[in-house]
Write a protein that binds this ligand. Sequence first.
Ligand SMILES: Nc1ncnc2c1ncn2[C@@H]1O[C@H](COP(=O)(O)OP(=O)(O)OP(=O)(O)O)[C@@H](O)[C@H]1O
Ligand SMILES: [Mg+2]
Length: 358
Amino acid sequence: MAEMMDIDGNGHSYSSKGKTVLIAGNPPSAAKAIPWVEKYRPQSLNDVAAHRDIVDTIDRLTTENRLPHLLLYGPPGTGKTSTILAVARKLYGAQYHNMILELNASDDRGIDVVRQQIQDFASTQSLSFGFVKLSVKLVLLDEADAMTKDAQFALRRVIEKYTKSTRFALICNHVNKIIPALQSRCTRFRFAPLDAVHVTERLKHVIKAEGLDVDDSGLTALVQLSNGDMRKALNILQSTHMASQQITEEAVYLCTGNPLPKDIEQISFWLLNEKFADSFKRINEIKTRKGLALVDIVREVTMFVFKIKMPPAIRMQLINDLADIEYRLSFGCNDRLQLGSAIASFTRARSALVAAAQ
Ligand SMILES: Nc1ncnc2c1ncn2[C@@H]1O[C@H](COP(=O)(O)OP(=O)(O)OP(=O)(O)O)[C@@H](O)[C@H]1O
Ligand SMILES: [Mg+2]
């Protein structure tokens, strides 16, 4: 046969048409290859950082066998999917995959699926194994805000009809994309962005487990850049670790391509003090040397303008100008012209400051 070949010379044939051509176990580096976001996904409800009140409530309801339909919403990387998976693990043990129907945006979830697949799953009697305390099943609809309106309407009746044997858990980022009728059938929990304390705590746990060399400034930078998104924090941590042995503030900012706070301070100083041509030359030079994007510079400089002291009217005008520049940059307008515009705005603000002082 043409597609059979003798790979190892010992007469063992492998079909090249077969799906897997794995030869002897997992390579030792397999564990290393798992992204840390998955490796450190909370396994139990206790591991979920922050949102203590929500998690405790869900935990209690699960223990008492009184789980309502759930609607978890909030920005990315705050632990919504992890929480529900931990609930499933608590209810059904390690075999939870068999007891839940998990559908996310990558599956087809049009009206046909709601009618067929969800209804089939919900209407069949669940088997009660010894370790399963509860025989209600769980339908997990991740990224539910991407479901069509028709499918959501079809779900209304399905939820009601099978409440006895099934609980639905809807997860989404934008709660206003879920039709009100579905919202009213569920108990809503909002997962806010994680605060700095909890991100730090969780990062420290991972740093310890991986034996990383992270200094205080590096940790602060990670927390700052993550903006309450734990997934982002772990991803930045892992990519910085791959790029450099020591995880310092500089390494973190370099790895993500964000301008360092001290660069922003320097640029703001030029903008506030130098002549137009000098500012332009210097900012252009640092931009090229450090590979910074103008849009990042404008965004960070705006944050800087929030912090420094100046009359409110001048600050408002300046922030407005910078916001316009950011808007134009998002349409791919010319970088050099927009940099000129930013410097011009600062020059105008400076003249206004001088006039105000007189
Ligand atoms: N509260 C948390 N405690 C601990 N780890 C967390 C928490 N939130 C997020 N993480 C980490 O981030 C990863 C992603 O979390 P998860 O999938 O739960 O986010 P999500 O809220 O479902 O986000 P999305 O809206 O993008 O689906 C997890 O694998 C985990 O490593
Ligand atoms: Mg999710």
